[in-house]
Design a protein around this ligand. Structure first.
Ligand code: 5GP
Length: 345
C-alpha cells in the first residue's frame, strides 16, 4: 500500500508573513548581510545571501559583476572554459568571493571543474548541481569532490527532504540546495509527478541542516520579492532564483523584438533548448524536463536587485527582524487562500 502524508505541505503562495510589533524605525535599520562559517570547509562568508542560479542564461560573469557590487552571489554556469575563468578572475578579483564554479557529476564535468580551480585558485565555492540529488552515485561524487578540494565550500543538490540533506552534509557538502519541481521553467512535476511544496521543503530541510551546523539554499519558485522573504522566513540561509534574474542585460542571449515589444530567451537547463545547445540533442533516456520561454526584457539587473533588497528590508521591518538572520525567529506564516489581488494583472 502506498504511504500518504496527510499533513498539508505548503508553497510560497499558500502563506503570508504576519506583521509584528517592532521597535525598528525604518527599512534602513535592517541588516541583510549574513556572516556564516561553513561546517566542512571551515571557510567564512559575509554577504547578502541572494543568489543567481547556475543556469546558462542567468549565471553569467556579467551577472556576477553586478550582483557582487551589491554583495549578492552568483553560481556561475558550468560552460565557461578555464581560460575564460582566468580572464574574468584577473579583471575582477573582488568578485571571486561572491561566486561559485558549477559542475555536474560526469567525469567530464569533474575534469573541467578541476581545471578551472587549478587555473583560478581564488575560487572559494563549488556548486554541484544535479536534477536528482537522491542517488548514491551523487553522494559518492560529493565525497570525491570533498576529498579533492578539502577547503572549498561545497554546495550540493537538489533534494527536498531532511534525511538526504543530512546524508549530503555528512558526505562533505556545506550548503544543500533544496527544491525539486518549483522552478519557473521546470516541468518535472508535470512530466514525472515528483516534487515537494517549496515552503515546507525549506522549513524541514533547514531544520535538518542546522542540526548539523550545515546550511541550505532555497532554490526555485520565487516569483516576486515577497517569495524571497518567505523563503528566508522559512529558514533558508540562501535564496537562489533563475526567473527573477532572467531577461536582463546581464543575461546570455540576444534581445528579441516582436510587435514592438522586447524579450529575451530563458530556458530550463534540461529543456530541449539547453540540450541542443550543450549536448547536441535530447538524450533518449531522459525526457526534457524544462521549458523554453520568452521573458519580457527588463534592462539592467541592478533595478531588480534593488527591488528585491527593498522588499526584503521591508519584510524584516514588518516582522521586527533587525537582521536577516532573525527573520525565521520573527516569522509567523498565516495560511491564506489568496496571495495577491490580481484584478489589474
Ligand atoms: P526559478 O527561480 O526560475 O523559479 O527556478 C530556478 C531553478 O529551477 C534553478 O536554480 C534550478 O534548480 C531549476 N531548474 C533550472 N532548469 C531546470 C530544468 O530544466 N528542469 C528542472 N526540473 N528544473 C530546472
Amino acid at each position: 500500500m502506498p504511504n500518504i502524508i496527510n499533513e498539508i505541505k505548503l508553497d510560497f503562495k499558500d502563506v503570508l508573513l504576519r506583521p509584528k510589533r517592532s521597535t525598528l524605525r525604518s527599512r534602513n535599520d535592517v541588516n541583510l548581510h549574513r556572516h556564516i562559517t561553513f561546517r566542512n570547509s571551515k571557510q567564512t562568508y559575509n554577504g547578502i545571501p541572494v543568489m543567481a542560479s547556475n543556469m546558462d542564461t542567468v549565471g553569467t560573469f556579467e551577472m556576477a559583476k553586478v550582483l557582487s557590487k551589491h554583495d549578492l552571489f552568483t553560481c556561475v554556469h558550468k560552460y565557461y572554459t578555464a581560460d575564460e575563468w582566468k580572464k574574468f578572475a584577473e579583471q575582477n578579483p573582488d568578485v571571486l568571493r561572491n561566486v561559485a564554479a558549477s559542475s555536474g557529476m560526469s567525469e567530464n564535468d569533474f575534469n573541467r571543474l578541476a581545471e578551472i580551480i587549478k587555473a583560478v585558485p581564488g575560487i572559494l565555492f563549488i556548486c554541484l548541481d544535479v536534477a536528482n540529488g537522491y542517488s548514491q552515485h551523487f553522494v559518492d561524487f560529493v565525497r570525491r569532490v570533498r576529498a579533492a578540494f578539502p577547503s572549498h565550500t561545497i554546495i550540493a543538490g537538489n533534494v527536498v527532504t531532511g534525511e538526504m540533506v543530512e546524508e549530503l552534509i555528512l558526505s562533505g557538502a556545506d550548503i544543500i540546495k533544496v527544491g525539486i519541481g518549483p522552478g519557473s521553467v521546470c516541468t518535472t512535476r508535470m512530466k514525472t509527478g515528483v516534487g515537494y511544496p517549496q515552503l515546507s521543503a525549506v522549513i524541514e530541510c533547514a531544520d535538518a541542516a542546522h542540526g548539523l551546523q550545515g546550511h541550505i539554499i532555497s532554490d526555485g519558485g520565487c516569483t516576486c520579492p515577497g517569495d524571497v522573504a518567505k523563503a528566508f522566513g522559512a529558514g533558508a540561509d540562501f535564496v537562489m532564483a533563475g526567473g527573477m534574474f532572467a531577461g536582463h542585460d546581464q543575461c546570455e542571449g540576444e534581445v528579441i523584438e516582436k510587435n514592438g515589444k522586447k524579450f529575451k530567451l530563458f530556458y530550463g537547463m534540461s529543456s530541449s533548448t539547453a540540450m541542443q545547445k550543450h549536448a547536441g540533442g535530447v538524450a533518449e533516456y531522459r525526457s526534457s524536463e524544462g521549458k523554453t520561454v520568452e521573458v519580457a526584457y527588463k534592462g539592467d539587473v541592478q533595478d531588480t536587485v534593488l527591488d528585491v533588497l527593498g522588499g526584503l528590508r521591508s519584510a524584516c521591518t514588518y516582522t521586527g527582524a533587525g537582521k536577516l538572520k532573525e527573520l525565521p525567529r520573527r516569522a509567523t506564516f498565516v495560511r491564506c487562500t489568496q496571495q495577491l489581488n490580481t484584478i489589474y494583472s
